[in-house]
Design a protein around this ligand. Structure first.
Ligand code: NAD
Length: 415
């Protein structure tokens, strides 16, 4: 048991542990929670209320989340003498394995590009998981938004996002350019900035493995590898090849390739088999609009995943409702996909759905599927009743917006 300075361990809670490959979930799991900055406290309060109500309604007294407040961002700086990311915050998440997090302000000059990136790097949370599906009644720019039901696994640690870059005119850029031009005969202009795009066997295989395992567990139909391998052959093309290799080497009984689907099964997916296919990233951005229903679980390198996640979210009515998680081998951190929206802080005004639905993903991760399903159904019903916060109200037209807390109450009433 770690010793904490400013974190109080709830007396009634138990630790989530690993037994081999299996997560062991007690009846009162301790869940570290970072409330977050800006709108964080408002949306997290609403979220905790709904999650607690759903768990109570579903399981009575037999199960309960034991929340444990931990600190990052401005609330940490105030408590820990200016430290935005205290060590014990990371230790708590690593020790308890599953945590929920609100949005965080990025301190200027804090050593990290952002606290969120920092948390992901320190704990090696290598998969950014974004489920995107539609809630009836949400205004959408497309005609059939209900066709969207994808779960995107975006690689979180590599690619041009690895942070290995040097600005134009720097000594480092000059050295790299000279080295490449002199050694390999490239002709990079001397006035170039340089960024490096590493994509490894390790990084790719663990991501695709997680996506396939998810598809198996949740009885999904396909896993699509999205890449730009026609141009970037040894990074993005290799991602595709290594992805197929994981499926073949480790999941031969549960998967078939799209080629096999047509060659051997005339396009009819055999019961229980997951089809592994691949698409080139630019084509995928078209296909997700025009043949939305053909896509299910997606695994993709970092930059493609960034674009694709937002494009998919836009199709079902924007980022306000999109949940997310950052997951590693031992730790899963569930979090809102938007920022701290500081101009709305403490106004009890904004939409808590992103962090609430991240909480739903967390319940699914715990195996508390009935409580998760109950919340999704209640959120759907609440939106259909046009009981929504300002962001959706103004798009729906002629709807009086609810406060964050009132929206939460409406969801609870619909549970
Ligand atoms: P933002 O997401 O905080 O806000 C942009 C706009 O989106 C807001 O002004 C608001 O109009 C709308 N919005 C966001 N969340 C909403 C919600 N729940 N309900 C209704 N409307 C909502 O993005 P930003 O203004 O670029 O960033 C503000 C701060 O947040 C920065 O410090 C940034 O670093 C940080 N940030 C944190 C995270 C994170 O913690 N994961 C992500 C993005 C940005």
């Amino acid at each position: 048991m770690p010793k904490f300075d400013k974190i109080t361990i709830p007396g009634n809670g138990e630790r989530i542990t690993w037994d081999g490959d299996e997560l062991q979930i007690p009846h009162h799991p301790i869940i570290p929670v970072i409330e977050g900055d800006g709108i964080g406290p408002d949306i997290m309060k609403a979220t905790r209320r709904v999650l607690d109500a759903a768990v109570e309604k579903t399981y009575g007294d037999s199960k309960k989340l034991a929340w444990m407040d931990i600190y990052a961002g401005e609330s940490a700086a105030a408590k820990y003498d200016g430290n935005y990311l205290p060590d014990e915050t990371v230790q708590a998440i690593e020790h308890y394995h599953v945590a929920l997090k609100g949005p965080l302000t990025t301190p200027v000059g804090g050593g990290f590009r952002s606290l969120n990136v920092g948390l992901r790097q320190i704990m090696d949370l290598y998969a950014c998981v974004r489920p995107v599906s539609y809630f009836e009644g949400v205004p959408s720019p497309v005609r059939k938004p209900e066709k969207m039901d994808v779960v995107i696994f975006r690689e979180n640690t590599e690619d041009v996002y690895a942070g290995i870059e040097w600005h134009e005119g720097s000594t480092e850029a000059e050295k790299v350019i000279n080295f490449l031009n002199n050694t390999f005969g490239t002709s990079i202009r001397p006035d170039s900035g340089i960024g490096i795009k590493p994509i490894s066997v390790t990084g790719t295989k663990r991501l695709v493995r997680m996506a396939i395992q998810y598809a198996i567990k949740h009885k999904r139909e396909s896993v699509t590898l999205v890449h730009k391998g026609n141009i970037m052959k040894y990074t993005e093309g290799a991602f595709r090849d290594w992805g197929y290799q994981v499926a073949k080497d480790e999941f031969a009984d549960q998967t078939i390739t799209e080629d096999e689907l047509w060659d051997k099964f005339d396009g009819n997916r055999p019961e229980g088999k997951i089809v592994i296919k691949d698409r080139i990233a630019d084509s995928m951005l078209q296909q997700i609009l025009t043949r939305t229903a053909e896509y299910d679980v997606v695994a993709t390198p970092n930059l493609n995943g960034d674009y694709l996640s937002d494009a998919c979210a836009a199709q079902v009515g924007g980022l306000g409702l999109a949940p997310g998680a950052n997951i590693g081998d031992k730790v899963a951190l569930f979090e809102a996909t938007h920022g701290t929206a500081p101009k709305y802080a403490n106004q009890d005004k904004v939409n808590p759905s992103s962090v609430l639905l991240s909480g739903v993903m967390m319940l699914e991760h715990l195996g508390w599927q009935d409580a998760a399903d109950a919340i999704v159904a209640a959120v759907g019903q609440t939106i259909r009743q046009k009981k929504v916060t300002y962001d959706l109200a103004r798009l729906m037209g002629d709807v009086d917006p609810l406060k964050t807390s009132e929206f939460a109450t409406a969801i609870i009433e619909n549970l």
